[in-house]
Design a protein around this ligand. Structure first.
Ligand code: GLC
Length: 472
C-alpha cells in the first residue's frame, strides 16, 4: 500500500535496498541487479520451485536410492519407429503431428524380451530401472482406461508392455521406476501443443483444464495401483505451476497407496531428489540426494543417425565422478520399435557391468569421498568412513599423491587385483600436527582396463587436515 505512487523502477530500487539490507551488504552490484531482475521476471528459471519436502522426513525411504548409485533409463515409444526425437520432433515442427502419430502403425514390439532387458540391466550393475510409461506425446505403454492413446489399443504391439517388464525386474530384485510426463501434447484438453501454438489458455477455460487434471491424475492412479512403482520419475513440470498441477495432491495420492515410493524432483518442489540432466554438476549439489540422467549417445530415444556414443571409459569416468559427489547415474538406453536394444548400448552396459563387478565394494553403498583438494580424482568412503577408495583417472598408474590425510594408513590394496602396496609418507614434521603427503606407486601391470581403484584402509574414521600449511 505504502508504495502507491512509486514507479516500477523506484519499487525495484527499494526492493534492492531491502535485499542488500537482508544480505548485510552495503549495495548490490550491477550483475546482481540483473540477476535479481531476471529472477523476478522469469520466476520459473532454474531453481524455480522451492523444495517443499524436508530431508529428514524422507531419509529412511531414500536409503535404497542412496546406496543404489546406478539406474538404467529406458525411452521406448512410437518415436523409435522413424528413429526421431521423442515427442519434441512434432512439437518443434520437424515433422507434422499426423506424420508423427502415423508411427503408431509401425510400433510392433515383435522382438520384445522383457526378461532379457532385465538381465542386461542386472548385468550392468544397476539397482533400478526407469521406463517411459508415457512421454510428452501422450502414448501410454500400458492399456490405460482413460480413453487415450496407448500401445495396446492403438499399435500392432497390442499388449501391455509394462507389466511383463516390471515382473522381470522384480524377479531380479531391481527396483521399478515409472517415467511419467505431466505434459500431454496429444490430449485435446491439454493447453500446449506445438512450439508456436497452444489450444487454449487455462484462465479462459478453467473447466477444460479441470478435465485434463482429472485425466492425468487418473492415469497416475492407474499406474500406482497396477504396478506400484518404487520410484516416480515425473517430467515436464515446467509447463505449469505447482498449483495448476496440484503437485501436493499428486504427491499425497501416490504416497497414500505406496508410502515408500520415491518421487523425483520434477514436481514443482514436491519431489525427493534433484535431477540434473546431461549437464554434469561441477561442484557437489547441495540437496541430499541427486541423480544425473544421461544418454549413451546424444538422444534419449532410438536414433540410428546418432552415432556419437560415449565410450565405456567415458561412461565409467562420469559414473565414478557422480558417485564421488554423492549422486546416482541414470544411464539411458533407447530400444528399437521391435524391442531390440542397439548393440552399442548393450556394449556400454556390459562393459560398465564388468567394471562394476570388480569394483562393487568401492561404489555401491558407499559415501561421497574426499572434498576437492586432497586427491586429483574421484573417491568414495565405506559406510563407516574407515576405508577410502581412490579412483585413478585417465587410465593412470604410477605415483599418486594424497594431501592432508590425518589418519594412519593400515593397508593399501588394488581393488580386484588382491595386491597390496606400501605407501610412502614424505614431508612430515615430527612435532607438527600437519600430516605429511602420502605417495603410492601403482605398477603398470595392476592397471584396470578402464579405471583402477585403490582401497586405503585407515586407522579409524577419516580425519582430514584442511589448513593452509605452515606449522599447524
Ligand atoms: C527432458 C526431455 C525429455 C526427456 C527427459 C529425460 O526433460 O523433455 O524428452 O525424456 O529430458 O530426462
Amino acid at each position: 500500500m505504502f508504495m502507491e505512487g512509486f514507479t516500477g523502477k523506484m519499487k525495484f530500487n527499494l526492493l534492492l535496498k531491502q535485499v542488500a539490507f537482508l544480505m548485510n551488504v552495503p549495495y548490490i552490484s550491477f550483475i546482481m541487479k540483473k540477476l535479481i531482475l531476471i529472477c523476478l521476471i522469469f520466476p520459473w528459471l532454474p531453481g524455480r520451485a522451492q523444495q517443499k519436502v524436508s530431508s529428514d522426513s524422507i531419509r529412511e525411504k531414500m536409503q535404497w536410492f542412496a546406496d543404489a548409485k546406478l539406474g538404467i533409463f529406458i525411452h521406448w515409444g512410437i518415436y523409435s519407429v522413424n528413429g526421431i526425437d521423442e515427442s519434441w520432433s512434432f512439437y518443434n515442427k520437424k515433422i507434422s503431428y499426423p506424420g508423427y502419430m502415423k508411427q503408431l502403425n509401425g510400433f510392433t514390439a515383435s522382438r520384445y524380451n522383457p526378461e532379457a532387458w532385465a538381465a542386461l540391466i542386472k548385468e550392468s550393475g544397476a539397482r533400478y530401472a526407469v521406463i517411459t510409461n508415457k512421454h510428452h506425446d501422450g502414448v501410454a505403454l500400458w492399456p490405460t482406461k482413460q480413453n487415450h492413446f496407448n500401445v495396446a489399443d492403438n499399435t500392432p504391439a497390442k499388449r501391455d508392455l509394462l507389466k511383463p517388464f516390471y515382473a522381470a525386474l522384480d524377479k531380479l530384485d531391481i527396483k521399478r521406476g515409472a517415467y511419467f510426463s505431466l505434459i500431454d501434447w496429444s490430449h485435446p484438453d491439454y493447453p500446449g501443443f506445438l512450439k508456436d501454438s497452444n489450444r487454449y489458455k487455462i484462465a479462459d477455460d478453467p473447466a477444460r483444464w479441470e478435465r485434463f487434471r482429472h485425466f492425468f491424475q487418473a492415469q497416475i492412479n492407474e499406474i500406482n495401483l497396477a504396478y506400484k512403482p518404487d520410484l516416480w520419475w515425473f517430467d515436464g513440470d515446467w509447463e505449469h505451476s505447482a498449483e495448476e498441477w496440484q503437485a501436493a495432491k499428486v504427491r499425497a495420492s501416490i504416497l497414500k497407496i505406496n508410502p515408500a515410493a520415491i518421487i523425483n524432483g520434477r514436481l514443482q518442489g514436491y519431489g525427493d531428489y534433484e535431477t540434473p540432466e546431461q549437464n554434469f554438476p561441477v561442484s557437489r549439489p547441495k540437496f541430499n540426494w541427486w541423480e544425473l540422467c544421461m544418454t549413451t549417445n546424444n538422444n534419449w530415444g532410438y536414433h540410428p543417425d546418432d552415432t556419437n556414443y560415449k565410450t565405456p571409459f567415458e561412461v565409467i569416468s562420469i559414473f565414478a565422478d557422480v558417485v564421488s559427489n554423492g549422486g546416482n547415474l541414470l544411464l539411458d538406453i533407447g530400444p528399437r520399435e521391435d524391442g531390440s536394444i542397439p548393440a552399442e548400448q548393450v556394449h556400454i552396459l556390459k562393459e560398465l557391468g564388468k567394471w562394476n563387478r570388480k569394483h562393487a565394494e568401492a561404489v555401491f553403498g558407499s559415501l561421497p569421498g574426499l572434498p576437492p583438494g586432497h586427491f586429483y580424482g574421484p573417491s568414495t568412503l565405506s559406510k563407516d568412513s574407515t576405508v577410502l577408495y581412490l579412483f585413478l583417472p585417465n587410465r593412470s598408474a604410477g605415483n599418486i599423491m594424497i594431501k592432508g590425510l590425518s589418519n594412519e594408513i593400515r593397508d593399501v590394496e588394488v581393488v580386484g587385483a588382491s595386491q597390496h602396496l606400501k605407501p610412502k609418507i614424505v614431508g612430515k614434521i615430527s612435532w607438527s600436527p600437519v600430516p605429511g603427503l602420502v605417495f603410492i606407486d601403482i605398477p603398470e601391470k595392476l592397471k584396470d582396463q578402464y579405471m583402477t581403484v585403490l582401497k586405503v584402509k585407515l586407522d579409524g574414521k577419516l580425519k582430514l587436515y584442511r589448513g593452509h600449511g605452515g606449522l599447524n
